[in-house]
Structure formats: C-alpha cells, structure tokens
Design a protein around this ligand. Structure first.
Ligand code: CAA
Length: 277
C-alpha cells in the first residue's frame, strides 16, 4: 500500500446553487471516493440523492451522517451489488419509492483487480467486467425505462482514461471501461430515437442524454493498492503533475446533469490532467 492522501481538498459543504432543484439523482458507489464527491456536488445544486453501496454498511451510514449535516434529509442509501441484475432493479425501485422519480443516474461503482494479463485468472477477468460493465448496463436499463416514460433524464457513466489508453496490469479494467464508451454512445442514440418516435422530442426540451466522464488517476482508496514505485512513474507522466481530486470529476458530472446540457449527448469527457495527449 502507498501513502496516498485521500482526504478531499475542497469538499462541497453546503448549497451553492439551484440548477438541480427538485431533481433526484441515483449514484452507484455513492458513499465514498468519487461517488461521494458526486453526491455532494449534485446536492449543492439542489438535487436529492439515492446513494448506492455494495458491502460496507458502516461507511454508508457514516456518509449519510456527514451528508445530513450539510444537506439535511436529502439523501437515502441503498445496498446492492451492481453485478446482480435483480439488485439493480430493486435499487431503482427503492429510489423511486423513496424519492418519487429519478432524473439523473450516475453509474460510478467500479472495482480493480490488477494483474499482468498472462497471470490474470478467468475469475478476475469476469468479476471486473461484471461489476464495471455489466453493472452499468443493469442499472441503466430500468432507469432508462423510467426516463423514457417521463421524457427526460440524464445518464452519466464514470469510465476511466484507462479505457482509452490501456494500462499495464489492467486488461480487465481497461476492457470494462472501454466497453462503457460503446454503451454510452448506443444508449444515447437509442434514447434520442425512442423519444423522437414517441413524439416526446421538442427543440426546447430537456430530453434524455447519456454521457461518460473518463477520470485520470484520482486520489481515492482505489489507488492505495498501486505500488508506490508504479504510482511515482504514473504521476511523472501526468502533464498537470499531480493526481486528480474527486471534486474535479464531480463538477463535470453536475455540469452534464443540468437541464442546460441538453445538446451534449453520446460524449466522452476526459478529466485526466492531460494524460491522453
Ligand atoms: N506504468 C509503468 N510501469 C509499470 C506500470 C505502469 N502502469 N505498472 C507496472 N509497472 C512496472 C513496475 O514499475 C515494474 O518495473 P521495474 O521492474 O522497473 O521496477 C514492473 O512494471 C513490474 O511491476 P511489479 O514489480 O509491480 O510486478 P508485479 O507482477 O508484482 O505487479 C502489477 C504487476 C499488478 C501490474 C502491479 O505493478 C500494479 O499493481 N500496477 C499498478 C496498476 C495500476 O496502475 N492500477 C491503477 C489502479 S487505479 C485505477 O484503475 C483507477 C483509474 O481509473 C485510473
């Protein structure tokens, strides 16, 4: 384990705007790391939050307690494993029951199991693909159905620069994150097509958009397993010269979630300190 500082440098501590007032966001992996920063950022613009988590109930309750201090009563937490389609459908139902609607889905839950490809087991391959890629699909399916019925919605995937560049030791992760790019573009096309066919597309409508953010190396617990010498090598290759802060991903997510971003769909938003140049 390396000595990475995962403490947020600029936590969003309270309401700052109303761009998302009355909106409800479901954020998978929403109780820590990038996901928690996304929840706080969306809430700072007025959204209510359904935050998903997989295993660590204590951490999820801790998140809720801290969140409530700044945005009282505006979040619920929902346990589920995104690699299980039945959990995804249940979590969407729970969020709808608690909040009445889902305007924004952020597919953020993700895992790594790093190993050189020649040493990677079939299980390590399948598990990472199941959580990162299949999980995104399982969540998007019921959320999209709800959004199509209402005629509006935002789906935002949190992929990775690794899906665009590849990385030593990450065949499973890179493939899963690259898969999310194709999923984004397909769902973006289908959503626009279905809305048009249903007569729900208007020039001034909020519509349904589907986009992806591709973070670079973000200072979260996920980086703690990267050997220090490797992390030093990686950091030396980032033009901006430092790791990314979770808030720097969150601000792009809340920009894409806004009604005014209706003309942006099927796009990949790199937030990587210039790593892919
Ligand atoms: N870039 C450059 N060199 C790398 C590298 C990388 N990404 N990964 C490994 N290397 C180098 C090592 O520095 C080492 O070089 P030297 O022999 O010159 O010291 C060599 O490859 C072998 O590395 P290890 O000694 O660590 O070999 P290993 O077989 O024990 O482990 C490994 C291999 C599993 C790939 C391990 O190196 C590792 O965990 N690497 C980190 C992988 C990584 O970058 N993960 C990112 C996780 S965060 C994330 O995924 C979020 C996101 O979206 C960015």
């Amino acid at each position: 384990m390396n000595a990475i500082n995962t403490t947020s440098l600029e936590p969003t501590t309270g309401p700052v705007g109303k761009k998302l007032a009355g909106r409800v966001a479901l954020v998978t992996g929403g109780t820590r790391g990038i996901g928690a920063a996304i929840c706080r950022s969306l809430a700072s613009q007025g959204a209510s939050i359904a935050a998903g988590y997989s295993g660590n109930r204590d951490r999820a309750e801790q998140f809720l307690k801290e969140f409530d201090r700044d945005f009282e009563g505006r979040a619920t937490i929902h346990q589920g494993n995104v690699s299980h389609p039945e959990d995804c459908h249940r979590v969407v139902r729970e969020a709808l029951a608690e909040h009445g609607r889902i305007d924004i889905l952020v597919n953020n839950a993700g895992i790594t199991m790093d190993k050189m490809a020649m040493k990677m087991s079939v299980e390590e391959w399948n598990t990472v693909l199941a959580v990162n890629l299949s999980g995104s699909f399982y969540m998007a399916q019921p959320a999209l159905e709800h959004m199509v019925e209402r005629g509006t919605g935002r789906i935002i995937f949190v992929s990775s620069v690794i899906g665009e560049t590849g990385n030593i030791g990450q065949a499973n992760y890179a493939a899963s994150k690259a898969g999310m790019l194709g999923l984004t573009k397909t769902l973006a096309k289908e959503a626009a097509f279905i809305l048009a066919r249903a007569g729900k597309r208007a020039d001034d409508s909020v519509g349904i958009t589907v986009n992806t953010v591709t973070p670079g190396f973000v200072a979260t617990e996920m980086l703690e397993n990267v050997p220090e010498k490797v992390l030093d090598k990686i950091t030396a290759q980032i033009p901006v010269g430092r790791l990314c802060r979770p808030e720097e991903i969150a601000r792009v997510v809340h920009f894409l979630a806004a009604d005014a971003s209706a003309y942006i769909t099927g796009q990949v938003w790199g937030v990587n300190g210039g790593m892919d140049m």
